[in-house]
Each structure stands twice: as structure tokens, then as C-alpha cells.
Design a protein around this ligand. Structure first.
Ligand code: ADP
Length: 189
């Protein structure tokens, strides 16, 4: 299987690029943000627990994610692999992912991070707020999400660098240009 992790700060275009990657390479797109927003919308027991955290830009606790992920991964059979979008976001979660994939004798193949500076991200997300009305796209919450990314997700980059799985991608440019750079890295593997 080809298992790709796509990292990047909020607003870096992970969602857009993940969909394109999944389509081109026949991979299953797993977005934890989409999964959580769906739980919130359906007002499930978990959704009710997540709502205020997600709206404040805080992370959902690691222990609540593992079961959701386990069932998301095991819904599929005979697949080429996954694109993980927004997961893992903590060191703990990366361990959980290794264990889950390891149970099926699989592992993370490649980790790409979209590199976009803070000013650009804030501008993009404030624009998206007008169009999509996501509750976590207000200026204060965006700043918090950026800080959470730096504090909790950044350390994962070092981890995957040590495993020789990490490549940074310039996240500024047209969607197609960025996608071409991503495909270039995938095709090397
Ligand atoms: P973005 O990357 O633009 O912040 P996402 O859609 O990936 O947006 O995530 C939205 C919110 O969902 C996060 O701010 C967080 O509250 C929650 N979330 C998503 N993925 C995770 C995760 N792996 N661990 C904890 N919380 C998560």
C-alpha cells in the first residue's frame, strides 16, 4: 500500500490537494477534520463532545480519535493506500497510526508538508470564512490553530525526517503547480 501523510498549517490547501492526490493515485482520502465536522453535524455522542473544542481550534483528545480512525481504515478492502489529511497531529497519534497500519503489516510511505507562511494562511482562511462560514475561521481561532500546529504537530516533522520519509513542498503558487510538485515526489517513491 502507498500511505501518504499530508501536513501543513490550517489553510495550507491540504484538503484540496488530498482530494486530487486520492483521485489520481486511487487512494482513500481520510480527513479527520471532515469526520469530526460530520459527527458534530449529526449531533452524535462524540460530536457533542468535540463541538466546543473544534470551534475553539483546540485538538480533540487523542484517545477519542483512535476508534474512529480504526473503523475508518477498516471500512475498505483491497485498496492501494490512504491519504491522511489532518492526521496525525500529535506524537501520540503518529504512534497510534503506526500501530494501526502495523496490524495489517503496513506503514507510512511518505510524508509531505505544504509550507505556507502565517500571513498567507490568515488571509486565505478569512476569505474562506465568508464563503463557507466555518465556525473556526475567525481571526482569534485561526491564530490559535496556527499556534496549536506549531506546538503539537511541528515535532512530527523531525520524527519523519529521521525516518527519511519527509519532504517539504512550497505551498504558494497555483493549485496545479503545487499538485505537480506533490506528484513529482510521489512518483519518485
Ligand atoms: P485545519 O487543518 O484547517 O485546521 P481540519 O479540518 O483538518 O482543519 O481540522 C479542524 C479541527 O478538527 C481542528 O482544529 C481540530 O479541532 C480538529 N481535528 C482535526 N484533526 C484532528 C486530529 N488529528 N487530532 C485532534 N483534533 C483534530
Amino acid at each position: 500500500m502507498f500511505n501518504l501523510i499530508l501536513f501543513g498549517p490550517p489553510g495550507s490547501g491540504k484538503g484540496t490537494q488530498s482530494i486530487k492526490i486520492a483521485e489520481k493515485y486511487g487512494l482513500i482520502h481520510i480527513s479527520t477534520g471532515d469526520i469530526f465536522r460530520n459527527e458534530i453535524k449529526q449531533k452524535t455522542e462524540l460530536g457533542v463532545k468535540f463541538k466546543s473544542l473544534v470551534e475553539k481550534g483546540e485538538l480533540v483528545p487523542d484517545e477519542l480519535i483512535i476508534d474512529i480512525l480504526d473503523s475508518a481504515l477498516h471500512k475498505y478492502q483491497n485498496i492501494n493506500g490512504f491519504v491522511f489529511d489532518g492526521f496525525p497531529r500529535t506524537l501520540n497519534q503518529s504512534g497510534d497510526l503506526d500501530n494501526l497500519l502495523g496490524k495489517d503489516k503496513e506503514s507510512v510511505t511518505l510524508v509531505l508538508a505544504l509550507d505556507v507562511d502565517d500571513n498567507e494562511v490568515v488571509t486565505r482562511l478569512l476569505k474562506r470564512a465568508v464563503i463557507e462560514g466555518r465556525k473556526d475561521d475567525t481571526e482569534d481561532v485561526i491564530k490559535n490553530r496556527l499556534q496549536v500546529y506549531k506546538d503539537q504537530t511541528y515535532p512530527l516533522i523531525d520524527l519523519y525526517k529521521k525516518q527519511n520519509k519527509f519532504v517539504g513542498i512550497k505551498g504558494i503558487g497555483s493549485i496545479d503547480q503545487i499538485f505537480d510538485n506533490i506528484c513529482g515526489e510521489i512518483d519518485k517513491r
